[in-house]
Design a binder for this molecule. Structure first.
Ligand code: HEC
Ligand code: HEC
Length: 243
C-alpha cells in the first residue's frame, strides 16, 4: 500500500499534540488570566484544596492522601530534580489527567485557558510564580531483556526499595507501616505491581519518578545513588512485576 503522507500528517500531528501539554499555546499571565483562574479555582478546586490554597477544603478531612497544600509550593509529580518546582507542563498534565490512586480528579473538561489560568493561581498561592526549573534529562531507553530485568532486581535489592515496597513490590515492606509524609500524616508504600501510577505509567514516567522522587512524601530521589542505566534496569524490573 502506498502511504498517503498528505492525509497521514495531520493525524500524526494530532497524536503528538494530544500527548504533550501545549506549551506553545500557554497564555501570558495577566490580570485577566488570573481572574479566569480565580473563578475556576473557586468553582472546581476550593472544596478540596481550600479557598486560600492551604489544602484544608471542606472535603479534605475525609481524603487520604490529603489535597495538596499549595502554600508550601512542594509537588510530587515533577519532571524536575528533587526539591525543585514543577514546570508548567507538569502542572498542566496533573490538572488534565488527575492523579490515579488518589482523589484528585481529571479536569479535561475545563478549557485549556482555564487550566493554564489555574496554574498561575496555584503558583501564586505558593509564591513560586517567578521560579523556574528545567526538566531532568531522560536518556533513551535501552532494549528490555531478561538481563536488564535481572540487573534491575539487583539494583532494587541494593537500594533497599523492599524496606518500603516489599520484596515483590506489594507495598508490604517492614517500613511501610511507619511512614509519614512531610505533614506528619500516615502514608503507606504503594503496591507497585498494579501498573497504575500517580505520575503516569510510561517507561519515561517511571524513570522520572525514581530519579526525582515524590517531594513531600517518603519516596526519595535516586538520582545520586543510581546511574542512568541502573534506573532503566529498575524500570524494567518494575514492568516485570506488573506482568
Ligand atoms: C475531590 C477533591 C479534589 C478536587 C476537587 C481537586 N483536587 Fe487537586 N488534589 C486532590 C488530592 C487528594 C491531591 C493529593 C493527591 C496525592 O498526594 O496523591 C491533589 C493534588 C493536586 C496537585 C498536586 C500534584 C503534585 O504534583 O503534587 C495539584 C497541582 C492539584 N491537585 C490541582 C488541582 C486543581 C487545579 C483543582 C481544580 C481544578 C483540583 N486540584 C481539584 C484532591 C482534589
Ligand atoms: C522510605 C520508603 C520508600 C523507599 C525506600 C522507596 N519508596 Fe517508592 N514510594 C514510597 C512511598 C511512600 C510512595 C508513595 C508516594 C505518594 O504517593 O505520595 C512511593 C511511590 C513509588 C512509586 C509510584 C510512583 C507513582 O507515580 O505513583 C514507584 C514506582 C516507586 N515508589 C518505586 C520505588 C523504587 C524503585 C525504589 C527503590 C529504588 C523505592 N520506590 C524506594 C516509599 C518508598
Amino acid at each position: 500500500m502506498k502511504l498517503n503522507l498528505k492525509s497521514a500528517l495531520p493525524a500524526v500531528a494530532a497524536i503528538m499534540i494530544a500527548g504533550t501539554a501545549q506549551a506553545a499555546d500557554k497564555p501570558e499571565v495577566t490580570d485577566e488570566l488570573l481572574a479566569v483562574g480565580e473563578t475556576a479555582y473557586a468553582r472546581e478546586c476550593a472544596a478540596c484544596h481550600g479557598a486560600d490554597g492551604n489544602g484544608k477544603g471542606l472535603g479534605a478531612h475525609y481524603l487520604n492522601p490529603r489535597p495538596r497544600d499549595f502554600t508550601l509550593g512542594v509537588y510530587k509529580l515533577r519532571s524536575t530534580a528533587n526539591g525543585e518546582v514543577p514546570t508548567d507542563d507538569d502542572l498542566f498534565a496533573t490538572i488534565t489527567n488527575g492523579i490515579p490512586n488518589s482523589m484528585m480528579p481529571a479536569f479535561k473538561s475545563l478549557s485549556e485557558k482555564e487550566r493554564w489560568a489555574l496554574i498561575a493561581v496555584i503558583r501564586r498561592f505558593g509564591g513560586i510564580e517567578e521560579e523556574e526549573a528545567t526538566p531532568i534529562s531522560v536518556p533513551p531507553q535501552p532494549k528490555r531483556t531478561e538481563a536488564t530485568v535481572t540487573k534491575g532486581k539487583a539494583v532494587y535489592d541494593r537500594l533497599q526499595c523492599a524496606t518500603c515496597h516489599g520484596v515483590e513490590g506489594y507495598g508490604d515492606g517492614p517500613s511501610s507501616l511507619t511512614l509519614v509524609n512531610d505533614a506528619k500524616e500516615r502514608i503507606f508504600a504503594p503496591d507497585i505491581t498494579t501498573g497504575r501510577y500517580k505520575g503516569g505509567s510510561s517507561p519515561e514516567d517511571l524513570y522520572t519518578r525514581i530519579a526525582t522522587g515524590l517531594d513531600g512524601s517518603p519516596m526519595p530521589s535516586y538520582a545520586a545513588e543510581a546511574k542512568p542505566d541502573e534506573i532503566w534496569n529498575l524500570v524494567h524490573f518494575l514492568q516485570s512485576l506488573t506482568e
